[in-house]
Design a protein around this ligand. Structure first.
Ligand code: ADP
Length: 453
């Protein structure tokens, strides 16, 4: 019994840094507010971590958008090409034909020329398969990496994230890179109209059915958010009237070490061994690319201390990224029995007892809960700013959300909702899951642009 108590004490010690008090979360929220102000301000923007990038999207859809469009979605695990028909909202609404293409490691970490050539090859194949060759259609390019936009159809890639590292792209206009590849590959059917961040696409998609949707949130491979800011507060641009959607690039929150007090040794390790050390520190505590890796690091320590798996580490557990975030969803699912949890562990070469499986589940829960709470602190900062911007006692607003972690994890969304309620009590926040945010949204933004042009 004494040994058990000692073990419990060690477990608590290891997991305690993941448990954030309400006061701590309020601090995170207030630091996010500070970083947002720094990003929006002309004099401090250049050195800001949370970049607060203007997107040149000035309004959410009004339902009168019409036409046929091509949309591209590049920004995570896969690349997609979509053919989008936008009809009368009351009638057919938005219809989509799409195809997903895998992006091999050697493409996303090779040269930019190869990456964009590959993209055009996929588009050409898609056009042929759908009888679209020869139809010059306006194209919306969802490109979910931080870009300094100077226009709706122009954006300089500032840095790669989420495992991408194709050479010769950072510092270049990605629309130009796409157009150049189209020329190289003799594809004359593309009219690139809009460069779109996936957060903005998500907000627009949800905005098509809910006019109160003025925030977009992604929790998938990475995490990011956008929202409608007053143009007068976007100091990088002239103009005082109306609003503009700001792509926060909030994944980089903490890159000035302002989250060091909550970062655990596990977060530091995950960061150190990633392909972009020191970057995207907030994202690395929240998103799908990293949560499984945090759990794996904790499991290793617990095993080394002989608290888990009888002290026997398998070769597989020592392999980086062997524990995908999908496993957190499976293990934390309330309907999945411990037997199935054990079979996941067995596949990793780990012999587990019943106590082991319960402890693994506890570790997963602690890690995903913290992620959801941190994400909520960010949203709370955004909604409070919007409420103050508008001088309201109470703000009613909808957040459009996309991303597999948010959508498929059994508890993530619930924890986000309950935490936002606590941290932003004067805001009435509804969360709406977007259906194909990046694809539909890119087409809607393109449609709005074509309507205005
Ligand atoms: P992306 O963000 O790349 O556009 P997704 O929204 O599909 O695409 O997110 C992919 C991420 O979601 C991966 O990092 C993966 O770890 C995570 N993921 C996949 N399946 C699940 C799941 N069932 N539960 C939680 N996370 C998942």
């Amino acid at each position: 019994a004494k040994r058990l108590a000692a073990q419990r004490h060690q477990i608590d010690e290891i997991l305690a840094p993941f448990q954030l008090s309400q006061a701590k979360l309020e601090e995170v929220q207030s630091r996010m507010r500070t970083e947002m102000a720094i990003g929006l301000c002309k004099d401090t923007h250049a050195s800001a971590t949370v970049k607060m990038l203007p997107t040149y999207v000035r309004s959410t859809p009004d339902g009168t958008e019409r036409g046929d469009f091509i949309a591209l979605d590049l920004g995570g695990t896969n690349f997609r090409v979509l053919y989008v028909h936008i009809g009368r909202r009351e009638d057919v609404g938005v219809q989509i034909v799409s195809k997903t293409y895998s992006l091999p490691q050697e493409i996303i970490q090779g040269t930019g020329v190869k990456l964009f050539d590959h993209i055009i090859d996929c588009i050409s194949e898609f056009q042929s398969e759908n009888n679209l060759r020869g139809r010059r259609l306006p194209l919306g390019f969802t490109f979910s990496f931080p870009c300094k936009q100077t226009n709706l159809d122009q954006g300089i890639l500032m840095t790669w994230t989420k495992g991408f590292s194709a050479s010769g792209c950072v510092g270049k206009d990605v629309v130009m890179l796409l157009r150049e590849a189209a020329v190289r590959k003799k594809n004359n059917d593309l009219i690139v109209v809009a460069l779109v961040n996936d957060t903005v696409g998500t907000m627009m998609t949800c905005g098509y059915s809910d006019p109160a949707c003025e925030i977009g949130l992604i929790v998938g491979t990475g995490t990011n958010a956008c929202y409608m800011e007053e143009l007068r507060n976007v100091e990088l641009l002239d103009g005082d009237e109306g609003k503009m959607c700001v792509n926060m690039e909030w994944g980089a929150f903490g890159d000035n070490n302002c989250l060091e007090d909550i970062a655990t040794s596990f977060d530091r390790d995950v960061d150190k061994f990633s392909i972009n050390p020191g970057k995207q520190r907030y994202e690395k505590m929240i998103s799908g690319m990293y949560l499984g890796e945090i759990v794996r690091q904790i499991l290793i320590i617990l095993t080394q201390r002989k608290i888990l798996f009888g002290g026997n580490i398998s070769e597989r557990l020592k392999t980086r990224d062997i524990f995908p975030t999908r496993f957190l969803s499976l293990i934390e699912s309330d309907t999945l029995g411990l037997v199935q949890v054990r079979s996941i562990l067995t596949d990793l070469g780990l012999r587990s007892t019943c106590d082991d499986t319960m402890l693994v589940k506890e570790v997963c829960t602690v890690v995903s809960r913290r992620a959801a709470q941190l994400c909520a602190a960010g949203i709370a900062a955004v909604v409070e700013k919007m409420r103050e911007n508008r001088g309201l006692e109470q703000l009613k607003v909808t957040v459009g959300v996309d991303g597999t972690l948010y959508k498929l994890h059994p508890h993530f969304a619930g924890v986000v909702h309950e935490t936002v309620k606590v941290l932003a009590p004067r805001c009435d926040v509804t969360f709406l899951q977007s259906d194909d945010g990046s694809g539909k949204g890119a087409a809607l933004i393109t449609a709005v642009a074509c309507r205005i042009a």
